[in-house]
Design a protein around this ligand. Sequence first.
Ligand code: SF4
Ligand code: SF4
Length: 266
Amino acid sequence: MIRLCQRPGASCGACCGLYNSRDHGREAVQAELTRRTLVLRRTEPTLPAFRAAAAKLAAGGPEPLFPSVRVCPLLGFLDESETRIGCLAHPLVTGGPDLRDAGVYDVTICESFLCPSHAWLDEAEASFAELATGGYHLYGLVVTDVPFLRAALGAVAALTGARVERRHLERPAFREALTRLLALKEELEPGSEGLFGAFRPGRDGEPVPRTIDYQAMGRERSPWDVLLTCVGADPHSGNDLDLLEEEVRRRLEACEAAFTPLPVRR
Ligand code: SF4
Ligand code: SF4
């Protein structure tokens, strides 16, 4: 079984509610994680103290976008330079006591939960997400959206005529171009829904699958329909389909231009 939550070059906290806020952009998410980390670093590592701190942090946190999806205030930064995120109640972080019962789930759930990406992604795909996202914010968005990652890699392969391999990412120009393509996930119109993949919040707060209604717009299905659906290119989601399609085309062409075929291995 591959591990996706903490990898040498990436970390994720999506299932702890990282992106479940109206403003889930990089800066807003960073500010919220910093706020929690500063409080929890000063909190005595006991269950009552963490419970009290968690309650205060939750009350002062941003409003969730999906009310039925929990947001845990114990997710924060593991390092001083704020590059790695993780559970601040985990025994490896507290230095002994397991304080995850103070969060929105409990120790048993937190210890055993693995999101579906663990079953779907293979190690090569996981390493593409790790190496080509350049930070926790984009990594978590990409690693939890398997259709998006596969559609992006598939679209690059269709243009270049070669399957993307980990060795290709050792070329900085290609890695940067692929990062720009994947970064579509975090550059959408404020308030639009593509950050959550091909879903939108339903009336009861549960995620509802989204599709792009090309017929209603009187146009052909885009060759990059899966990519566009995952980033929320439906006009109802707050994004402009034509602009996003053009952006997808531009970023794919940049990947193609930066792609260098590798010598055949013997
Ligand atoms: S969403 Fe998946 S990869 Fe991310 S922290 Fe949760 S279990 Fe790990
Ligand atoms: S207590 Fe559980 S839900 Fe909260 S941050 Fe830790 S692992 Fe995530």
